[in-house]
Design a binder for this molecule. Structure first.
Ligand code: G3P
Length: 225
């Protein structure tokens, strides 16, 4: 299990066809080799079905795409922070725009994750949501305007203010939280701009997973770092 360090590029594999079965490990290995060659921390968020296999096969931080507020025991079909940790993951995403959780559940997942040594990246769709989440002290908050997700215009161009404002608002609550930004991020220029706006890194998906050549896409993403 490897820990992420700043700046970090977090690649969410989502559940695209491109990552079904062993194809997820192929992309995770590319993330690993670009991370090794560039010295930049690249974290992979594979689908839950591939999480353990990938976490045991690569030397980069691996995060699950979600975790449930659930303790080990007599429950069915849930993903507990404890089992995600046991699978070898470094952390978990929580509250992605495509997998929302209630604020109560977010706080419980953060607490359970902290209890078992799992890092948390909590997604937020606005400055206000990020501030509410910051009070629970996750490791990272990723601000992503939902309408830009999967598109070709990066949040850093379409709405730089949301990135800057989220960074300053979150830091007022807790300086230790790293703020990432995401939605439409595809190039090294986007990553550079994200860092200029104060972000500690980026969270992205289609720019790598749907790219014709994911290795080239990742090499471009780390170009200016
Ligand atoms: O989790 C990252 C995601 O929501 C952004 O997706 O495809 O716009 O990079 P994408």
């Amino acid at each position: 299990m490897t820990e992420p360090s700043r700046p970090v590029i977090v690649v969410n594999f989502k559940v695209y066809r491109e990552v079904e079965g062993t194809k997820a490990l192929d992309i995770a290995r590319i993330c690993g080799s670009v991370s090794k060659g560039s010295g930049i921390s690249i974290a992979a968020c594979p689908p839950m079905t591939e999480l353990g296999n990938i976490a045991r096969s690569v030397d980069i931080p691996v995060f699950s795409q979600n975790a449930d507020p659930c303790l080990p025991g007599s429950s069915t079909g849930w993903s507990t922070p404890s089992m995600i940790k046991a699978a070898g993951a470094a952390g978990t995403l929580i509250n992605h725009a495509e997998h929302r959780q209630t604020i109560r559940n977010i706080s419980q997942v953060i607490e359970l994750s902290r209890g078992c040594g799992l890092k948390t990246i909590v997604c937020a769709d606005s400055v206000g949501a990020a501030v509410r989440i910051a009070r629970f002290a996750p490791d990272m908050i990723a601000v992503e305007p939902p309408e830009l997700i999967g598109g070709d215009v990066s949040v850093t161009d379409a709405d730089p203010a949301i990135v800057e404002n989220t960074v300053s608002a979150v830091k007022k609550v807790n300086k230790g939280i790293s703020v990432l930004c995401g939605a439409g991020v595809k190039t090294g220029k986007d990553v550079k701009k994200a860092l200029e706006l104060g972000a500690g890194g980026v969270l992205l998906a289609s720019g790598v997973v749907k790219a014709k050549d994911p290795r080239e896409a990742l090499l471009d993403l780390v170009r200016y770092l």
